[in-house]
Design a protein around this ligand. Structure first.
Ligand SMILES: O=C(O)CCC(=O)C(=O)O
Ligand SMILES: [Fe+2]
Length: 318
C-alpha cells in the first residue's frame, strides 16, 4: 500500500488515510444521493436481467450458483461500468493503492428477508473457495500469501442491522486467521441451516471456519462494528480485514443489496495461470473476463484490459 502523490478532488485526507491504515477501512462515504441511487438501481435491475452480453452464462444450478453468475456485470452493464470508474470511488482508492488501478471483480451481495448472515472471513489470495490464488502481487510466489485487494462495498439499497448490514472488526487486517490453502467443502444444503455464536451465518454454501488456522479460535465479535448505510453510501475496506454481515431478519420486501467492486494496482497479476473459476458449485470460463483500467495507466501488461464493455460502450471516468 503506497500513498499516491497525486491529489485529486476526492482523495482521502491525511487523517482519513491514517484512520484507514489503523483500522483497515474507511466510511461510510456517500457516492450517490439516495434519489440518484434509487434511479440507478432501477435501471441496473432492468439491465442485469438481460444476460445476452454477460461474461458468464447463467448457471442453471441451485441456490449457491447465483454467487458466481452475479460476478463481473460491470463488464456488460453500462451503469455498473460507470460505477467502477466513478471518481468519487477511484480517487479514494488511488489514495491507498497508488494512481494506477485495475478493477478485477465485481459481485452482487443480496440478503433477502430470512437469509442468513455472511460468515466472518478474511481474503488475501482469494483462493478461499476455488483453491487457486486469484491474485499474485509482485514478489510473491504462488505458494505464499499475496497481499489482498481493496473492496468498495456500496449499498444499492438501504442497509440496516435488521436487513443484514456489513460488519468489520477494526484493525484485524494485518494477521490472517484463515489459511486459504486449506479446502472448504461446498454444500448447498448448508445454506440457512447454521447458527454460529447465536447468529445464523454461512458462506454461500461453505463454512468459512474450515479455513481457520486454529480450529479453536473465535472472532472477537465484541469489537465488531456494524455499518448502517443509506442507499448510495459505501465502505472501502482491505480484504484481509475481518468482515461479515448480519442475517436479514426483516419481513416483507426489505432486502439488502450490496455491490462490491475490487481493486488492485496494475502490478498485480490476476487469475495467474488459470482460465476458469470453479467455486460455489459453479464453473465459469474466463474467456470473456478482462480487468478494467479504472484509473491511471498500465505499465505492466500483466493482465488483459477491457477498453469497452461487452456491449461496446467505452469505459470512461464518471
Ligand atoms: O455482503 C456480504 O455479505 C459480504 C461481502 C463480502 O464479503 C465482501 O465484499 O468481500
Ligand atoms: Fe468478503
Amino acid at each position: 500500500m503506497t500513498s499516491s502523490p497525486v491529489r485529486t478532488e476526492f482523495s482521502l485526507s491525511e487523517d482519513e488515510l491514517a484512520f484507514f491504515r489503523k483500522n483497515g477501512y474507511i466510511g461510510p462515504i456517500t457516492i450517490y444521493t439516495p434519489e440518484e441511487m434509487d434511479q440507478m438501481w432501477k435501471t441496473i435491475q432492468r439491465e442485469t436481467l438481460d444476460r445476452s452480453h454477460a461474461a458468464y452464462p447463467e448457471v442453471d444450478k441451485g441456490v449457491g450458483a447465483p454467487n458466481i453468475f452475479n460476478y463481473d456485470r460491470h463488464l456488460d452493464v453500462d451503469l455498473l461500468a460507470r460505477h467502477v470508474m466513478n471518481q468519487r470511488i477511484t480517487d479514494r482508492v488511488a489514495s491507498i493503492l497508488g494512481p494506477d488501478l485495475l478493477c478485477w471483480r465485481s459481485e452482487f451481495f443480496p440478503k433477502y428477508p430470512g437469509d442468513e448472515g455472511t460468515d466472518w472471513h478474511q481474503a488475501d489470495t482469494f483462493a478461499n473457495a476455488s483453491g487457486k490464488p486469484q491474485l499474485l502481487w509482485p514478489g510473491e510466489s504462488e505458494e505464499s500469501f499475496g497481499a489482498g485487494t481493496l473492496t468498495v462495498w456500496t449499498a444499492f439499497t438501504e442497509s440496516t442491522r435488521e436487513n443484514g448490514c456489513l460488519q468489520v472488526i477494526p484493525g484485524t487486517q494485518h494477521q490472517m486467521n484463515y489459511d486459504e490453502t486449506k479446502q472448504m467443502d461446498y454444500n448447498e444444503g448448508r445454506i440457512n441451516s447454521e447458527v454460529k455464536d447465536g447468529v445464523p451465518r454461512g458462506f454461500f454454501g461453505y463454512d468459512y471456519r474450515q479455513l481457520q488456522k486454529d480450529p479453536n479460535w473465535k472472532p472477537n465479535e465484541e469489537d465488531a462494528v456494524a455499518f448502517e448505510m443509506e442507499k448510495g453510501q459505501c465502505i472501502i475496506f482491505w480484504s484481509t480485514l475481518m468482515h461479515a454481515s448480519l442475517p436479514n431478519i426483516s419481513t416483507g420486501k426489505n432486502y439488502r443489496m450490496g455491490f462490491a467492486t475490487r481493486y488492485v494496482p496494475t502490478a498485480v497479476q490476476i487469475y495467474p495461470g488459470t482460465d476458469h473459476i470453479e467455486e460455489y458449485g459453479g464453473n465459469i470460463s474466463l474467456d470473456k473476463w478482462s480487468a478494467v483500467l479504472a484509473r491511471g495507466r498500465d505499465e505492466f501488461g500483466h493482465n488483459k484490459i477491457a477498453t469497452e464493455t461487452l456491449r461496446g460502450t467505452k469505459y470512461l471516468p464518471a
